[in-house]
Design a binder for this molecule. Structure first.
Ligand SMILES: *[C@@H]1O[C@H](CO)[C@@H](O)[C@H](O)[C@H]1NC(C)=O
Ligand SMILES: *[C@@H]1O[C@H](CO)[C@@H](O)[C@H](O)[C@H]1NC(C)=O
Ligand SMILES: *[C@@H]1O[C@H](CO)[C@@H](O)[C@H](O)[C@H]1NC(C)=O
Length: 384
């Protein structure tokens, strides 16, 4: 071998070695995104005040742990979107629908409690979902973006260059499954609807891309078969209960939804070539926490901290913050003694402590596809 081919061989070996390093440790090649803003779309899991502003005020004891007063969030404290903002060193997001004290310089939150992906003919007052379904939220974002052009309120609205560099968070779908169950649809009927629901979801990701969004962070849906509001409303027998005490048929629905969502994300990556799309396995983190609660310092994973009655401390007619009647006397449905060791806050939402656990896990890259940390989510990396 002459010295020229020897050098070529060395060079080849070097590149093979480098590719291995990059494959095994992609973080080495990733840039820190320094996201200047967050725009988010979803339901109560990440609603920072929209439903409270638009419909009915979120009351005490919500907010007691961190904000020491109700701040529109259905939890004792911060939500996952708040912890995401903290990790990115950004301020907490104001709800777009809130008209007082809002600041949108570093993003805006379009999520509204009880929102679904698909619109429903049932009204909110008739037991249906929020009218602010996903298309409406994305259309509000479009208006928001249009109205920031021209620099009329530079202190309150973002720079134009934020839109391409921002992180776009989606967390929605739990109420599409819930609506099916509460409309007495069978699991099979709900499954049959999921492909259409997911296609409407994809349309909205495409719309956000069309408006300039490039870093897209998509939460899948949690294990609803472990949540007190579902366990109380749709009891199952022992053969349909898993070792954690969760109802298998409803967790199967979440998993079916997530499988279709993941397939849609794979398609979106080919349709939207300039986007970095991260699929975030919220289900796996929440199930890990619920099924091994003691290991992580939590207790009574299936029981609501702020609720009333029954095996799961949950009753629809006496929910967290409401007053019910016990033995002829008014009884305020307040908080349990120590929400910091509890997972379910009010039967459908998580405590601040559980939300923090979730974000610590997902931000690490251990529960995302591709497996890269939150602060690197602008990098386009081949998924694992
Ligand atoms: C990357 O960004 C994160 C959050 O924005 C920050 O905490 C971290 O220090 C940054 N890392 C580097 C190496 O700049
Ligand atoms: C159930 O909710 C009540 C408030 O109505 C609370 O005082 C109690 O501690 C909760 N029970 C459990 C086991 O968390
Ligand atoms: C992520 O996984 C690594 C390797 O298993 C582990 O060392 C690390 O603690 C995990 N991070 C989190 C936040 O769970």
């Amino acid at each position: 071998m002459d010295s020229h081919s020897f050098h070529k061989l060395l060079l080849t070996l070097f590149y093979i070695g480098l590719s291995f390093v990059l494959i095994l440790n992609p973080a080495l090649a990733l840039t820190n995104c320094s996201f200047p803003a967050i725009y988010s779309f979803g339901d109560s899991n990440i609603d920072t005040g929209a439903a409270s502003a638009a419909f009915s005020r979120v009351t005490p004891p919500n907010g007691e742990t961190f904000f020491h007063k109700p701040v529109g969030r259905p939890s004792d404290g911060r939500l996952t979107i708040d912890f995401i903002a903290e990790k990115l060193r950004l301020p907490y997001l104001s709800a777009y629908l809130d008209s007082l004290g809002t600041k949108f310089g570093r993003g805006a939150n379009f999520a509204v409690s009880l929102a679904t992906i698909r619109p429903s003919s049932k009204s909110l007052t008739g037991g249906g979902p929020s009218p602010f379904y996903l298309d409406v939220q994305v259309s509000q974002f479009q208006q928001f973006k249009n109205r920031t052009q021209g620099g009329i309120f530079p202190d309150f609205l973002p720079n134009n260059d934020h839109f391409a560099r921002a992180l776009y968070v989606f967390d929605i779908g739990q109420n599409d499954i819930g609506l099916g169950l509460f409309s007495n649809q069978s699991p099979e009927q709900i499954k049959a609807d999921i492909p259409d629901i997911i296609s409407k979801f994809s349309n909205n990701v495409q719309a956000v891309y069309g408006l300039g969004g490039r870093s897209i962070w998509i939460h899948n849906t949690g294990p609803i078969g472990c949540f007190p509001y579902i366990l109380t409303s749709f009891p199952v027998n022992a053969s349909q209960t898993d070792p954690a005490g969760c109802a298998t048929p409803y967790n199967d629905l979440s998993q079916f939804f997530n499988q279709k969502l993941k397939e849609a994300v794979v398609q979106l990556r080919t349709q939207l070539p300039l986007a970095a799309i991260t699929y975030v396995d919220i289900y796996a983190v929440k199930y890990l926490l619920i099924s091994q609660a003691n290991k992580f310092g939590f207790q009574q994973p299936l029981v609501a901290c702020c609720g009333f009655g029954g095996k799961y401390n949950f009753t629809f007619s006496a929910r967290c913050g409401q007053t019910t009647t016990v033995n002829g006397r008014p009884f305020f449905v307040g908080s349990c003694p120590d929400p910091s060791v509890r997972i379910s806050w009010d039967g459908s939402h998580f405590t601040e402590a559980a939300n923090k656990f979730v974000v610590d896990k997902i931000a690490s890259g251990n529960f995302t596809d591709p497996p890269i940390p939150l602060q690197n989510a602008c990098n386009r990396v081949s998924p694992a």
